[in-house]
Design a protein around this ligand. Sequence first.
Ligand SMILES: Cc1ncc(COP(=O)(O)O)c(C=O)c1O
Length: 379
Amino acid sequence: MNLFNVYPLFNINPVKAQGSFLWDDKGEKYLDFYGGHAVISIGHNHPHYQNKLKEQLEKISFYSNSVQNELQAELAEKLGGISGYEDYNLFLCNSGAEANENALKLASFHNGKTKVLYFSGSFHGRTSAAVSVTDNPKIVAPVNFSERFIKSEWNDIKQLEEIFEGQGSEISSVIIEGIQGVGGIMIPTEEFLSKIKELCEKYNAVLILDEVQSGYGRSGYFFAHQEFEIKPDIITTAKGMGNGFPIGGVLIHPKFEASNGLLGTTFGGNHLACAAAIAVLDVMKEEKLMDNAQQMGDYIENEIKDFPHIKSIRRKGLMIGIELDQDCSEVRKSLLYDHHIFTGNSNDKSVLRVLPALNIGKEETDLFVGALKVVLDKI
Ligand SMILES: Cc1ncc(COP(=O)(O)O)c(C=O)c1O
């Protein structure tokens, strides 16, 4: 059987990883400044993470959501504590798309409305409703397309107000990323987020903050929106939550009523996934990774800001978009093949996406900074 060929692949086969480094099958070493799409939060194979998973494997790896699972309660308590959302409830699932899918459904169950407002440049995942609120027609199949999903321009308050004036009574929810990742590291203004919150309250719509990529300390805050005084009704998370173990979560305001069977999943919140997610939160707290994300992000920006060909740097913490004066793909290739450094791209071809682990040190950072200078100087 062949694999269904949907991924353009680099010809690199990593077989080992530690901290911010990977090694391929030929023994070549690579610096990971992308974390496999923002997933590696506490570094590869962190000893606490390994121990927690090994210990859990020796006990029990899985049973379904038809029995008690104390690890889910421990995870919810730790997540509530570190995020400041102690009074919210947690629904566990397996991925970012699934978290958003459940959030959109929950909003619609709650207010009985059918329309969803989303923004240009958005990426919310590839499942049914999640892909319908993703601004990329290439990945929206005809079966997913519906006029119930309304697109509004990013950071455009006037258009937002007009849409609500016309269709507010039908809008169930508004979904927005804490910081757009795939869209090219686009940061919402405080004014924009406040206006969305205000309109959601006025028209009884649910505000869903997708923190799948921007959450879990990446921005220097636990969730990127926490830089501002805005409290969403629902927050979704995944990626960095399990440091590579598939897990997603929906943080739900107490006003949403749960009932048996309203949401559900076979694998979500299983024992191994919870052990991984608990280990991540332990390390984040113990090693003060949000502070490190802030400091190292400041350091990187400061070091590279005067490099040639950089038009702008869009950043919060270690969620970094480096906008070049040209397509970034050759720069990215040169970083990978000439300097053995993984970085990412985005839907904006000129934006190099840099998402290192939150415990990145100065030494690794200097490797990236030095290599970027060499590559940009050569252009
Ligand atoms: C903001 C955001 N939401 C949702 C998703 C989908 O997550 P997953 O691939 O885990 O389904 C992604 C993935 O890139 C994302 O960046």
